[in-house]
Design a protein around this ligand. Structure first.
Ligand SMILES: NC(=O)c1ccc[n+]([C@@H]2O[C@H](COP(=O)([O-])OP(=O)(O)OC[C@H]3O[C@@H](n4cnc5c(N)ncnc54)[C@H](O)[C@@H]3O)[C@@H](O)[C@H]2O)c1
Length: 390
């Protein structure tokens, strides 16, 4: 079968996300399967140009995977006529500048979230990209998780009746770095370096809520820096200046005959120990039934099978509440979520298939983070205006 090459500049591949999820689990996995099958019978073959700041790291990484095309000169990679897509998984603070260069160079854009450090920058990027006539996409990986795919299926199938509320619990303990190394990069805990759990996680919650339930119309948030001293990658202590927990309430307008106002509460924390089945879980309660969805699993309890718990603190609980739920079957095979979204974006670029997870969607995520932080600062609920210019 003939191969159609597509040049992709990958910036930030030495990082956690850039390496593991985007290079190895997505683009190299697409090559391992012989390329991406296209409608015309050919296969799209990603030709990768790795970009980074450190020559040694890039060379070592490229060698490890039999790749030969790498450079520390982003402008040179973008100037090449054989590169059509620019992908960015750098630290958040470095993203906007690089995306602007890539848009100026006429490349299609695919990028990690958040797309910029503030809303003005995120909206400007979306406008510039539209004006340049390029295609653009933003990573929204959580939508492709098996648990959330099954939850989405339940919502679309009308399982819940009128949806009342969503409760999300995300988080785990991130080691401080003194007696055991931290499992996340230290910039995440420094506000000046683009860190903070609100800017990291609210963009995710925005697309999850918007895509599965409806438009997010207000935010009320309380944020905290619970652990204010941490140790970095070299073992040196530093002041943690960014928020490491965000407690958010979001109001959602749900369209359709069973629509109405849905309230979602989502806790996000890097200072919580896990007593859950998965690192993120959402409980959705509706008039006809409820569901609990995590990364992989989803369980339901229908109205007709809802037991009748009776509050009596004098007696020990005899019911096994978790046993009163039924698993939702997979009914399909779920590929890695990052890879699945890469494939859709590549098809969008070469076959012009529809794609809605663009820089505007990314900007709405940045907006929720920005307004969430403002809500926390000002101690009040904030309405979310619709973005203009789309
Ligand atoms: N979609 C998701 O689920 C998800 C999960 C985690 C992180 N992210 C996003 O991915 C991006 C990268 O996060 P990560 O956890 O991989 O970070 P990381 O620190 O592991 O990697 C950062 C990358 O950026 C590069 N870089 C460029 N300029 C830099 C600078 N001035 N200082 C430090 N590094 C610089 C590094 O070399 C490295 O390749 C962030 O924007 C983050 O929000 C997304």
């Amino acid at each position: 079968m003939s191969r159609t090459p597509i040049g992709i500049v990958l910036n930030g591949v030495t990082g956690r996300m850039g390496y593991r999820q985007h290079l190895v689990r997505s683009l190299l996995a697409i090559r391992d399967q012989g390329g991406l099958p296209l409608a015309d019978g050919t296969r799209l073959w990603p030709e990768l140009v790795l970009v980074g700041r450190n020559e040694n790291k890039l060379r070592e990484l490229a060698d490890r995977h039999g790749l030969t095309d790498w450079t520390t000169d982003l402008a040179a990679a973008l100037a090449r006529p054989d590169t059509r897509i620019y992908f960015d998984a750098q630290v958040t603070a470095a993203r906007e500048k690089a995306l602007r260069l890539a848009i100026d160079a006429g490349k299609h854009i695919y990028t990690e979230k958040p797309t910029a450090e503030d809303l003005a920058g995120a909206v400007d990027l979306a406008r510039l990209a539209d004006a340049a006539g390029i295609k653009h996409g933003v990573v929204q990986d959580k939508l492709f998780l098996p648990g959330l795919r099954k939850l989405d299926r339940l919502v679309k199938g009308g399982f819940f009746g009128r949806i009342l509320s969503v409760r999300g619990e995300f988080g785990y303990w991130v080691f401080e770095g003194d007696w055991q190394p931290a499992q996340r990069p230290s910039w995440n805990y420094r506000a000046a370096d683009g860190g903070g759990i609100t800017v990291d996680m609210f963009p995710h919650w925005h697309y999850v809520l918007e895509q599965i339930f409806g438009r997010v119309r207000s935010v009320t948030a309380h944020v905290a820096t619970h652990i204010d001293r941490r140790w970095d990658e070299t073992g040196a202590p530093y002041d943690a200046t960014a928020d490491d927990a965000a407690y958010g309430i979001f109001e959602i307008d749900r369209p359709g005959p069973d629509g109405g106002r849905v309230v979602a509460q989502i806790n996000s924390s890097w200072a919580v120990r896990v007593y859950r089945d998965e690192l993120v879980e959402f409980q959705v309660d509706g008039t006809e039934g409820s569901a609990v969805a995590g990364l992989r699993h989803c369980r339901v309890q229908h109205r007709s099978t809802t037991p009748k718990p009776v509050w009596n603190p004098d007696l020990p609980a005899t019911e096994q509440f978790r046993d009163q739920w039924q698993p939702v079957p997979d009914n399909e095979e779920f590929d890695n979520g990052f890879k699945a979204q890469w494939e859709l974006f590549l098809r969008h670029v070469v076959e012009d298939t529809p794609y809605s997870w663009d820089l505007w969607a990314g900007a709405r995520g940045v907006q929720l983070a920005e307004l969430g932080l403002r809500s926390a600062r000002e101690g009040r609920r904030i309405d979310i205006p619709e973005l203009t210019g789309e």
